[in-house]
Design a protein around this ligand. Structure first.
Ligand SMILES: [Mn+2]
Length: 394
């Protein structure tokens, strides 16, 4: 089969960002199990992430989470990443946990707290993240708050949002000119009755109020089951507010499973909307593609290799959609042929195309086999002493 050159060109441009926090030990609220060779610090997390880029040629940047990834010298951390062939990307703030030594607890809220000093502390933390990001070469800060309630009447919906918006605008004011503030919504957890930024509507309204540098980040697992996420993507793009993704998958209500492992068709339909969006840019089109998933029963590097390949496959299939046929069928209200335009592309086995793209980019043809043959995990299990079991998944 001959592969159209434009398909390989577009695949070569795809870049997926990996989260540093996905390479550590992970688990559920019930138990975190240790695995041999787990990275002990941000340097080793970046080394593991660089393995994914080495084999897939698809993951050139690593997102950091502050304070988990705090180090003594950010210039040194940046040089370390670049020595390994990757760059540092988005910085993520954390006001959903209390850090040791902090003055005010986030137990009842952070940016939306009723306590002004707690809000100020959360704002200061986000501004510190921006300062760290400037040293790292970042251009985006992702802000997710766990703020919300467990009881009707616990807080006033409107006043909570007012407090959030006022605090978020203080963070926005500290953004460098070429930065973006990505607002991540999540329907529930840790709050189970209401969340302050619970859905794409709240996120978009907040982003519109904050200003043009505020965009919305879509974490696939942060919606009710069966939500039409591809339509949300189209809506956010229509109003110039699509900032990026956290890719993962979900069967019930989690945000932890590997990208495309449960519903690869949804991932394809999202990329189909992204291709349409790119053809019709509104206020720019520059979403970031990050993975945010939790690996409890696999080697995180292997899950990332597999997930990067799955995301690239969805993108490749979306590129292969005959857009002329699709648009003509839509204009003629020929429902079956419009559907078939998508179905034909979805049914293409793109594995050979992806292998060709990886080979041309210097990656491996069979990423998992090459990674296993490298014995990276076995070597790291020897080199790295076991770490204490942490937790914390956004
Ligand atoms: Mn996320």
């Amino acid at each position: 089969m001959s592969i159209p050159a434009h398909v390989l060109d577009q695949l070569a441009e795809q870049a997926i960002e990996l989260p540093s926090w996905a390479f550590g030990n992970s688990g559920t609220r019930f138990k975190v199990f240790g695995t041999p060779g787990t990275p002990r610090d941000p340097y080793e997390k970046i080394a593991d992430a660089a393995q994914v880029h080495e084999h897939t040629a698809l993951a050139p940047t690593v997102a950091l989470h502050i304070p988990w990834d705090k180090v003594a010298s950010y210039d040194d951390l940046r040089a370390h990443a670049e020595d390994l062939g990757v760059k540092l990307g988005t910085v993520n703030s954390n006001t959903f946990q209390d850090q040791s030594g902090q003055l005010h607890s986030y137990a009842t809220g952070s940016l939306s707290s009723t306590d002004a000093a707690t809000r100020a502390q959360a704002v200061a933390h986000n501004i510190e993240c921006i300062d760290i990001g400037r040293k790292l070469g970042s251009k985006d800060i992702t802000v997710w708050v766990g703020d919300g309630t467990n009881f009707p009447g616990q807080q006033d919906f409107t006043r909570s949002l007012d407090r959030y918006l006022e605090a978020a605008s203080d963070i926005y004011a500290a953004l460098p000119g070429d930065w973006r503030m990505l607002l991540e919504h999540k329907m529930f957890e840790p709050a189970f009755y209401s969340s302050v930024i619970s859905d794409w509507g709240s996120s978009m309204l907040a982003a519109q109020e904050l200003g043009p540098k505020a965009k919305c980040l879509v974490d696939l697992g942060h919606h009710a089951p069966n939500t039409n996420i591809e339509q949300i993507v189209a809506r956010l793009h229509r109003f110039g507010k699509l900032g990026g993704f956290h890719f993962n998958d979900s069967k019930y209500g989690d945000d932890d499973l590997d990208s495309g492992s449960i519903n690869p068709h949804q991932l394809f339909l999202i990329f189909n909307e992204l291709i349409e969006a790119e053809l019709n840019p509104r206020d720019g089109f520059n979403p970031s593609y990050m993975i945010d998933q939790s690996h409890n029963v696999t080697d995180p590097i292997e899950s990332m290799l597999s997930s990067a390949e799955t995301i690239a496959a969805s993108f490749a299939k979306a590129i292969l959609v005959d857009r002329e046929a699709l648009h003509a069928a839509q204009a003629a209200n020929d429902t079956m042929m419009a559907f078939q335009a998508l179905r034909r592309a979805y049914n293409v086995d793109v594995a050979p195309i992806l292998a060709m793209a990886r080979m041309e980019a210097g990656g491996a043809i069979d990423v998992l086999s090459v990674y296993r043959a490298s014995k990276w995990r076995e070597r790291k299990a020897q080199e790295r002493s076991p770490v204490g079991l942490g937790a914390g998944i956004v």
